[in-house]
Design a protein around this ligand. Structure first.
Ligand code: ISL
Ligand code: CA
Length: 567
């Protein structure tokens, strides 16, 4: 990988990351659940795609209430995924092919089955203060309605305090009640986390993706937030993100674990551009990059997090992405993503997953994302243009958030049909259906019964067919990844947005000295003429990469092109 970087740029400036959600990637033993040996069997697939880094969603020992984001032992592999020896083999197999492994690090909370929390349940235990325990609201009887210490909502719907009969106190859980928040104010907690991270670094992992990391510093004392009319709880999330000790904790972690040279990306809910710039400043000793979600929130009304829907207005998407491009242009670094295991499939959400436009729209979404400045992430199956799950009954869903949100919607008066319609566009299970390897039974994912229904469209949409078809989404991703490796302008060039108000075209330039790239993309189902007078001169320009045979000056539905402009 090193040979791609030039000058003083860190190695990860040229890297493309592939996210594996292990449960859904490949099952090696027929129990219907993906596992480490399943991944090991597909390492050449990843090498052929050309990615540099694999981010592995959690494989630690877990009761799997939140599919591994509830960890009961940070230093072991859950038997459903395999063994530590399998993980060592995975690391070695990736390294042998020139790829790196980034582990998911979930340390805002543990599982309630973690021994730390089990001990913490006893008020006299030295671990009591490792979690966030609070008495009832002053003057209120513990355990009665409204007696919770604060009025905050949890991210999965409902309140965020769980009452504990035995000690007549509450513990904080910003996610499910089985995911108690650790108390990062306690130095022993931080020391234990850093020690665990060092253990993984010594084992050979190349970095960490840090789950909801800007929740670790809370603003104390914990106080009530604003409750919108009609809501039961406060969604005033500003109360819990980016607390006053964030910089201190991140720098301490960086120093104590020895993170320089490793890959670090912090998942950050509601993070501002300004804070992200500080956190990712190369000289600050915190993080390489963060995941920010502004662009993933544009097709919903603010308020109850994910759980409503409005159509995306393209100028909003362009403005938001541009704001982050400009904001982190000179200091800091962006991550680039349209999918992960928590969001619907991008081709269904931002593109058009009909048979007519699926391939072109998946390619064009990839083009506009991968030509931006930052580190691109490919979520498993995105490179095939995999689509939403298409579930029609609540029994087909597995995800705890989907189950809880469905229940809350029904309780709030929605019909089953309305609640299911919302799940169909919003549920995290849309991205969690098994990877589609071939047209055979269960898409080649398992010989057993898959834990989540395989999308029936695997007969057409699958890796085997995509590899055989030079016009596939997969080959477009290969070309985009190769282009980043080859082109310093793609990696380091300055970004400038064009046509900000156009509601069909996404156009921008990337400039590095004399080199200048122009990206033009039609994000609509209508043929659209390029406004020559508002774009750079195309005389002498060459097409570097395109979704269609370029027949300027009209872009076909979902067509995109990358031009190298004449100097
Ligand atoms: O998934 C979401 C909405 O549908 C988000 O609110 C999500 O919970 C948030 O982005 C945090 O995600 C991360 O932490 C969660 C875990 O469930 C997610 O899978 C993980 O990516 C708690 O660990
Ligand atoms: Ca298995």
């Amino acid at each position: 990988m090193e040979h791609f970087s030039t000058g003083a740029a860190p190695w990860w400036h040229s890297a493309v990351v592939y996210q594996i959600y292990p449960r859904s990637f490949a099952d090696s033993n027929g129990d219907g659940i993906g596992d480490l040996r399943g991944i090991i069997a597909h390492l050449d697939y990843l090498r052929e795609l050309g990615v540099d880094v694999v981010w592995l969603s959690p494989v630690y020992r877990s009761p799997m209430v939140d599919n591994g984001y509830d960890i009961a032992d940070y230093q072991d592999v859950d038997p459903v995924f395999g063994t530590l020896a399998d993980l060592d083999e995975l690391i070695a197999g990736l390294h042998a092919r020139g790829m790196k492994l980034v582990m998911d690090l979930v340390v805002n909370h543990t599982s309630d089955q973690h021994p730390w929390f089990q001990e913490s349940r006893d008020p006299s235990s030295p671990k009591r203060d490792w979690y966030v325990w609070r008495p009832a609201r002053p003057g209120m009887e513990p355990g009665t309605p409204g007696a919770e210490p604060t009025n905050w909502a949890c991210f999965f719907g409902g309140g965020c305090w769980q009452y504990d009969e035995a000690s007549r106190e509450y513990y904080l859980h910003l996610f499910a009640s089985s995911q108690p928040d650790l108390n990062w104010e306690n130095p022993e907690v931080r020391a234990a986390v850093y020690e665990m991270m060092r253990w993984w670094v010594d084992r050979g992992v190349d970095g960490f993706r840090m789950d909801v990391i800007n929740l670790i510093s809370k603003t104390h004392p914990l106080t009530d937030g604003y409750v919108a009319p009609g809501d039961e709880y406060s969604y005033e999330i500003g109360k819990v993100v980016d607390g006053p000790r964030m910089r201190e904790f991140l720098q301490e972690m960086h120093r104590e674990v020895g993170l320089s040279g490793l890959f670090t990306v912090g998942e950050m809910l509601m993070v501002s551009v300004e804070n992200a710039r500080d956190y990712t400043d190369a000289g600050a000793g915190m993080l390489n990059m963060v995941f920010a979600f502004d662009h993933m929130m544009l097709d919903q009304e603010p308020g109850q997090l994910m759980w409503n829907y409005k159509p995306l207005h393209l100028p909003d998407l362009k403005r938001t992405l541009a704001q982050w491009q400009y904001g982190l242009a000179d200091r800091g670094w962006n991550s680039l993503f349209l999918e992960n295991h928590d969001y619907p499939r991008s081709v269904s959400r931002f593109g058009d997953d009909s048979p007519e436009h699926r391939v072109a729209s998946a390619k064009t979404l990839a083009t506009v994302l991968h030509l931006l400045k930052g580190t691109p992430y490919v979520y498993q199956g995105q490179e095939l243009g995999m689509t939403n799950a298409g579930f029609t009954s609540i029994e087909q869903y597995d995800d705890i958030e989907s189950q809880q949100m469905y229940r809350h919607a029904i309780e709030a008066g929605a019909t089953q049909q309305q609640a299911l319609a919302l799940l169909a566009v919003r549920s995290r299970d849309n991205a969690r259906t098994p990877m589609q390897w071939n047209a055979g039974e269960h898409a080649g994912f398992t010989t057993g019964t898959p834990w989540l229904r395989v999308n029936p469209n695997h007969v057409d949409i699958n890796a085997e067919a995509a590899i055989a078809d030079p016009g596939s989404v997969y080959h477009h991703y290969r070309r985009l990844i190769a282009l980043r490796h080859e082109s310093e302008a793609v990696r380091e060039g300055r970004f400038d947005l064009l046509l900000p108000d156009d509601d069909r075209l996404f156009a921008y330039t990337r400039t590095l000295g004399q080199q200048r790239l122009l990206v033009v993309a039609n994000l609509s189902g209508d043929p659209t003429k390029l406004p020559a007078e508002e774009l750079p001169d195309l005389a002498g320009a060459t097409v570097v990469l395109a979704t269609h045979e370029p027949t300027a000056p009209v872009l076909q539905p979902w067509e995109s092109r990358v031009y190298a402009l004449a100097p």
